[in-house]
Design a protein around this ligand. Structure first.
Ligand SMILES: [Zn+2]
Ligand SMILES: [Zn+2]
Length: 309
């Protein structure tokens, strides 16, 4: 199960009832944060989640509304006596930008590992998450992220029998362990069926609606996408500042066909995003306006409908 919380939905500056856009996910005891604007800590507190398990922080780009909350967050994680390394992922300049911010939180009890993205696309596996960063089109270098939780196939009894694998080895193989036997080495792929559908979330903000976004967001369980402007007359402004409108986001949704889609990164001038949804929903009916603290528990397919997981 993957818990996903859209911590805030604001672009440019936080407002009294709208925090800056960022995303926090939890899976198997390891949390992942994408973007960390001013006030992100308050948003996490409001949700009731904790800082210490954040093992990974991804940055879309280095505009202040996406990173200025970092020094305070690091300080809090240090005060919670975190010792385990923290991994940061972000566009070119990551270490330079983070170290500049760290002038005001120099002593931390945990090491930071930097993974700087230098290619149009980068894949990383960390703590059970498969992370794909993909270049988007903003007025500075900016990346979108797809977070996937892969799922192995089911144990295939017939395959195990066909290969005459003794029953005593079935259990460890099923758990993904490799077993050494007097007759040779047995590996889990020998007894597992084809990989099953995992969980996929795509997050992208601060970009024009480029084709690549729809490709990466294809078939996501949840696609979180910027919708800076709802008003049709702001279409030129969206182009000029390298953002997008609800209608442009809806076109991406139509191509990608995610199971759910939330808009975020609303302009401070956009007071009631819901007001502009109807036209976008004509293009892609599943599109919704994100809300601060909006949370979903995404389950693996066979888990759906179960309450005890
Ligand atoms: Zn922004
Ligand atoms: Zn920006």
């Amino acid at each position: 199960m993957l818990d996903v919380c859209l911590l805030g939905t604001g672009g440019m500056m936080p407002l009294p009832r709208r925090r800056l856009t960022s995303l926090l996910t939890r899976y198997n005891g390891s949390s992942l944060l994408i973007d960390c604007g001013e006030g992100t800590q308050v948003a996490v507190k409001e949700r009731g989640w904790t800082f210490k398990p954040i093992d990974t922080i991804c940055f879309t780009h280095y505009h202040a509304d996406h990173i200025s909350g970092l020094p305070g967050l690091l300080l809090t994680m240090g005060n919670a006596d975190r010792r385990e390394p923290l991994t940061m992922i972000g566009p070119k300049g990551l270490e330079r930008v983070v170290n500049a911010l760290r002038v005001i939180c120099p002593e931390l009890p945990f090491p930071i590992r930097f993974l700087e993205i230098t290619e149009p696309e980068m894949k990383v596996e960390l703590n059970g998450y498969q992370i794909t960063a993909f270049r988007v089109q903003h007025n500075v270098i900016c990346y979108g992220y797809t977070i996937e939780i892969p799922r192995k196939g089911k144990f295939d009894v017939e395959r195990a029998k066909a290969q005459q694998i003794p029953v005593r080895y079935w259990n460890p193989l099923q758990k993904g362990e490799t077993v050494e036997t007097p007759d040779g080495i047995l590996t889990p792929d020998m007894v597992l069926g084809p990989d099953r559908k995992g969980i996929k979330v795509t997050y992208c903000t601060d970009t024009r609606p480029v084709e690549r976004i729809a490709e990466h967001a294809a078939d996501s369980d949840l696609f979180i996408c910027e919708g800076m402007y709802g008003e049709p007359e702001k279409a030129d402004k969206a182009k000029e500042y390298r953002h997008m409108t609800f209608m442009e986001a809806a076109q991406l949704g139509k191509k990608a066909q995610p199971k759910a889609m939330w808009l975020t990164h609303f302009s401070p001038s956009l007071v009631h995003p819901e007001q502009y949804l109807a036209d976008a929903q004509k293009i892609f009916p599943k599109i919704e306006a994100g809300k601060d603290g909006k949370t979903v528990e995404l389950k693996f397919e066979e888990q759906e409908g179960e309450n005890n997981e």
